[in-house]
Design a protein around this ligand. Structure first.
Ligand code: GDP
Ligand code: MG
Length: 203
């Protein structure tokens, strides 16, 4: 198999609510048992500037899109968005996200392996805990809804950040980790996951 297919990286952050809820071990366990490899880990208190930089890796396009998504959600509920433009709504979400992420200690991690981004997203679940699938971290371990978050004008509390695409991961990772903090090592389990002939099982 082509080497890079086994080496995709994704950034996972246990947000402040995950740390406060004493879910660090449970969350790491769920990712760890997939066979993905933990190659970097740190506990840190992000500044709001760092959190803003993190959410802005998608640039103006992200601001516009997330603002549009929220505006469509207002419309669906038969309400009018309080913001004049999608961008303004996007900026409000960015500010709320930055406040949430920088409100206390977080645990940042890089997981490596085949389709690491997709596997982690699947286990993490959809953005809104109310509708995240059963069996996912967001579906099983917390409660929140867009309705409640919006009525309190805050970010939806969903325990985790996980990169959405490999490109997003590539841009996000340098915000949290220096190159030398990303470890290169072998896990015995990789032989079972990736070795073509399962060599080494028999004596
Ligand atoms: P994720 O990739 O599933 O985390 O979701 P996004 O990248 O779309 O959004 C980033 C974070 O912003 C989410 O994890 C939520 O905490 C928050 N968020 C996103 N969309 C909304 C929204 O429509 N309303 C509120 N209140 N928060 C949102
Ligand atoms: Mg995202």
């Amino acid at each position: 198999m082509v080497a890079h297919l086994k080496k995709e990286h994704t950034l996972v952050i246990i947000k402040p609510d995950g740390v406060q809820r004493a879910l660090m071990g449970e969350i790491i366990r769920r990712y760890e048992r997939t066979g993905l490899k933990l190659v970097a880990l740190k506990m840190t208190i992000p500044t709001s500037e760092m959190a803003r930089t993190h959410y802005m890796v998608g640039g103006e396009e992200w601001l516009e899109n997330i603002g549009r998504k929220a505006a469509v959600a207002y419309e669906k509920k038969g309400k009018k968005s309080p913001f004049a433009t999608f961008r303004e709504n996007g900026v409000a979400i960015l500010e709320a996200n930055a406040k949430y992420l920088s409100s206390g200690p977080v645990v940042a991690m890089i997981w490596e392996g085949h389709q690491a981004v997709g596997i982690v997203r699947k286990i993490t679940g959809g953005t809104e805990p109310l509708s995240s699938d059963v069996g996912t971290i967001r579906g099983d371990l917390t409660v929140d809804s867009y309705q409640l978050a919006d009525s309190d004008q805050r970010s939806i509390r969903n325990l985790i950040h996980a990169s959405g695409t490999p490109e997003e991961a590539e841009k996000e990772i340098p915000i949290w980790f220096e190159e030398k903090e990303i470890l290169k090592y072998r896990l015995i389990a990789e032989q079972i996951l990736y070795d073509v002939n399962l060599d080494g099982i028999l004596e």
